[in-house]
Design a protein around this ligand. Structure first.
Ligand code: IMP
Length: 423
């Protein structure tokens, strides 16, 4: 199939980077459609570890056009740092295209992200402090500054003056912080403009053309379904459309352009930041998963909260994304556990349900109901054929498929690009 969306089916960090890289081997184009440098997509190729924040993972494959879509928010300094880092490692960025419509993350967005979190105190979201929420808020308020503005120095200066007059008032009068220096910001951002100018393009037209020509296009989502601004665990979410629908909103192609939607989900569940997490494990099994799965944030280094697989939220994910397949990652992490649990339903107000309550707030009052399966002890990290997996491991996969109703078509058993089983 020509066009495929790769979307996080949980709370992010599902190893989408690895799956995008795996699928990019046969692709013509990889387009990232949402988020900003809050994302941390890791790709391991032999001894080399690449961590992407803004650039699509497809850049590692020569000949693949990598597109930063309209729906991303860009911190130009982070972008240039990432591009320079890739070039220093011998990776060409000549196939990178950056949308004129993408909004910029400005220095005041970074400041507001931190100050607003501090002000919330115990009710803080636990954001990555990359300015993401404030940047998307300005986009929705129609005061955002876009890449197109940055490409025109006069226009950029006017937009900056307009914005700073309000932002500096809020900084000084509401937060009692120092005002930002307009000249310094203009100098820094206009310096960045010259570096990214050769890559800036009308990306929706480029993506359209590729789709129309039947090229193989991958749409790379960031974060996960349960962090979506509309469909996630609001207000403990990010500020973009993480779901598969975001792939059309964030790139400028219509919904009919999409052939396949792969939901990437771990063999267990993790979450960073605050918010509901019904299957969270606060015991030694949670610690086992965290240490074995190296469950620490790529962007912030924060320890991730860990828990059992939750088929209730996965089914929800399948529904709101229209998932056609499930790519299960980090299956090797579960090796060595005597018993593996999977949440098959919630008990809410004494009633068993396999559907998520419409109001996320009430999920915190639900308790998970688990199925228990026997674990396996065999090392599976070198397995490359489904048939070679231990019987208990295959039984676990079949059980999960039965609960979610989705076929598991890709299985990841290690960080490396090659540690992947195709079914
Ligand atoms: P923000 O996107 O930085 O505003 O953070 C909002 C919420 O989304 C916080 O709970 C973050 O921990 C979470 N979040 C943002 N980006 C990621 C990601 O790439 N992986 C996992 N969680 C994320």
């Amino acid at each position: 199939m020509a066009t495929t969306v790769v979307v996080g089916a949980q709370w992010g960090d599902e190893a989408k980077g690895k799956i995008v890289d795996y699928l990019a081997a046969g692709a013509d184009m990889v387009v990232r459609y949402n988020g900003g440098s809050n994302a941390g997509h890791t790709v391991v190729v032999g001894a080399e570890v690449y961590k992407f924040h803004l650039v699509p993972c497809g850049v590692l494959w020569p000949g693949v056009t990598s597109v930063i879509g309209d729906g991303e928010v860009l911190d130009p300094k982070v972008l240039i740092g990432e591009m320079d880092g890739l070039v220093a490692r011998g990776i060409s960025t000549s196939g990178l295209r950056i949308s004129l419509n993408a909004h910029l993350v400005m220095p005041y967005h970074l400041l507001f992200d931190r100050l607003e979190e501090e002000r919330k105190g115990s009710k803080a979201i636990g954001t990555t402090i990359r300015g993401i929420g404030p940047a998307y808020a300005d986009k929705a308020s129609r005061i955002g500054i876009r890449v197109a503005d940055l490409m025109n120095a006069d226009r950029f200066r006017v937009r900056l003056t307009e914005n700073l007059s309000l932002k500096n008032d809020i900084l000084t009068k509401v937060f009692g912080a120092e005002a930002l220096d307009e000249k310094a910001i203009a100098g820094e951002y206009l310096g960045c403009a010259e570096k990214i100018r050769p890559f800036v393009a009308n990306t929706s037209s480029i993506v359209h053309e590729a789709v129309a020509q039947g090229k193989r296009v991958l749409f790379e989502g960031a974060q996960g379904t349960l962090l979506d601004i509309d469909y996630g665990t609001y207000p403990f979410v990010t500020s973009s459309h993480t779901v598969a629908g975001g792939s059309t909103l964030g790139t400028g192609v219509g919904p009919m352009a999409i052939d396949r939607i792969i939901g990437v989900g771990k063999a267990y569940t993790t979450r960073v930041g605050a918010g509901v997490f019904p299957t969270e494990l606060l015991d030694e099994i949670g610690c086992f998963i965290r240490e074995k799965g190296k469950e620490y944030g790529t962007t912030t280094g924060r320890p991730r909260r860990c828990g059992w697989l939750d088929s209730v939220s996965l089914r929800y994910s399948a529904m709101v994304n229209g998932l056609t397949d499930h790519a299960m990652t980090l299956l090797d992490v579960l090796t060595g556990l005597d018993v593996i649990k999977v949440c098959r339903a919630y008990r809410c107000d004494g009633i068993e349900t396999t559907k998520l309550p419409a109001d996320w707030q009430s999920v915190s009052e639900c308790t998970p109901i688990y199925d228990e399966l026997p674990g396996w002890t065999e090392d599976i990290s070198n397995v490359r054929e489904y048939e070679d997996l231990p019987a208990n491991c295959k039984a676990y996969l079949r059980h999960v498929e039965g609960l979610t109703g989705m076929p598991i078509t890709i299985i990841s058993v290690g960080a490396d690009r090659t540690a992947t089983i195709k079914r």
